[in-house]
Design a protein around this ligand. Structure first.
Ligand SMILES: *Cc1c(COP(=O)(O)O)cnc(C)c1O
Length: 408
């Protein structure tokens, strides 16, 4: 196996591309025609791997799925129209009324809201502090099917006990789902901590340019699906390592329809080729800015797993190539946060993360507003918390921008 970037950059040529084209074309098609109707029947009956209908399969999206699968060292990957579609469809396809799952309480805001909807539909959830494996273990009930965690939480940067929970899930026969969006497969590969299924929002670091939405679920082959009773008989065929993802593709993607479009897949596939280069630079900028802010007398707190005083600093070093490209900080009481943000000239006030551009947002007033003060407090989100997603700009320009906005 070649290195991470070599393998991704050359993956489109694994299958021959027309005219030697270096990029996979954008297959703007919904349906696929066959000369012999028997071939069409074979595709629908699963006897051959051809293309059936655009809601489930498209060659441009298959090429992206191959790339993500290589990045995550998986056995199979399915892409979706957004990261949220990936998470929602995965749970919809694998859980049923009366099931229970355990989730980290430090969650992406919309994932938190989605899980509450599942609870309202009879799939019960318990939120726990996933920096502790004991907290997860004590929430497990007889009907628990699955554990869901993120790697580094946004915006307070708590780092999940990924290896400890992986061992717990293996011992207790629980499906282990890791949302790897914040780290991306360049910083961390959840297959190394026994993850069963991996979620990535391709919108963030993998696409990397803030120009297309997408999501993916990757099956690692670690979970024994023969012992999982929610797999329908129809999908209990062939390699059991892929049963869950087949069910996610059929019962989820095909029946629910949260399909990624070919144009977006093309953007995301090109973005994915430079993931390693961008991440190196973005993490370097995050390290430099957090060191600058931590030493600044108008900043009261900085949350970044790369700082020595972060509670999971040692765990971070053991798990991830770099401590990520996202951090939170709180200003001293005499600095008004909106005024500070408005003085920034290079940094953009925006809700996204993982873009090439550095983005800042006051989280309690925006993305975490709807969940209310109590839930925010339980996630450690103060009203004054500002989240920064570092881009690829020159380090000196970023530091100068923060310095002038703090000095005023
Ligand atoms: C952004 C994000 C998602 C959702 O992804 P979208 O592509 O915006 O739907 C899920 N999980 C995490 C950790 C995220 O940061």
């Amino acid at each position: 196996m070649r290195g991470f970037t070599t393998s991704i950059v050359h993956s489109d040529r694994l299958e021959p591309v027309e005219h030697g084209s270096l990029h996979k074309p954008i297959h703007a098609t919904v349906a696929y025609g066959y000369e012999d109707v028997q071939d069409l029947a074979d595709v629908f009956q699963g006897r051959s791997g051809g293309y059936s209908y655009g809601r489930q399969v498209n060659p441009t999206i298959s090429a992206l799925e191959t790339k993500i699968n290589r990045m995550e060292r998986g056995v199979a990957t399915v892409c979706f129209g957004t990261g949220m579609a990936a998470i929602g469809t995965l749970l919809f396809a694998l859980l049923r009324q009366g099931d229970h799952f355990v989730s980290s309480s430090f969650l992406f805001g919309n994932t938190n809201s989605l899980f509450l909807s599942f609870a309202a539909h009879g799939v019960d959830v318990t939120f726990v502090d996933a920096t502790s494996t004991d907290a997860v273990a004590s929430a497990v009930k007889p009907n628990t099917k699955l554990v869901f965690v993120e790697t580094i939480a946004n915006p307070r940067t708590q780092v999940t006990d990924l290896a400890g929970i992986g061992a717990l899930c293996r011992d207790r026969g629980l499906v282990y789902v890791v949302d790897n969006t914040m780290t991306s497969p360049y910083l961390f590969q959840p297959v190394d901590v026994e993850a069963s299924l991996i979620v990535n929002s391709l919108t963030k670091y993998i696409g990397g340019h803030g120009n297309a939405l997408g999501g993916a679920v990757t099956e690692t082959g670690k979970f024994d699906w023969t012992s999982f009773d929610n797999i329908y008989d129809t999908y209990r065929k062939g390699d059991s390592a892929k049963w869950a993802l087949t069910q996610v593709r059929k019962k989820g993607l095909r029946d629910f329809g949260p399909t990624l479009g070919p144009e977006a897949a093309h953007h995301l596939g090109i973005g994915a080729e430079t993931l390693a280069l961008r991440m190196e630079r973005q993490c370097k900028n995050a390290r430099a800015l957090t060191a600058f802010l931590a030493a600044h007398d108008r900043v009261s707190r900085v949350y970044y797993p790369g700082l020595p005083d972060h509670p999971q600093h040692a765990r971070t070093k053991g798990l991830f190539r770099h401590p990520g490209a996202l951090f939170g900080f709180e200003l001293a009481d005499d600095v008004e946060p909106f005024g500070f943000l408005n003085r920034l000239e290079v940094v953009i006030k925006s809700s996204n993360l993982g873009d090439n551009r550095t983005l800042a947002i006051p989280v309690a007033h925006t993305i975490y507003y709807e969940m209310g003060p109590e839930r925010r407090a339980s996630m450690g989100i103060a009203d004054s918390l500002i989240r920064i997603s570092t881009g690829i700009e020159d380090e000196e320009d970023l530091i100068a921008d923060f310095a002038q906005a703090l000095a005023a």
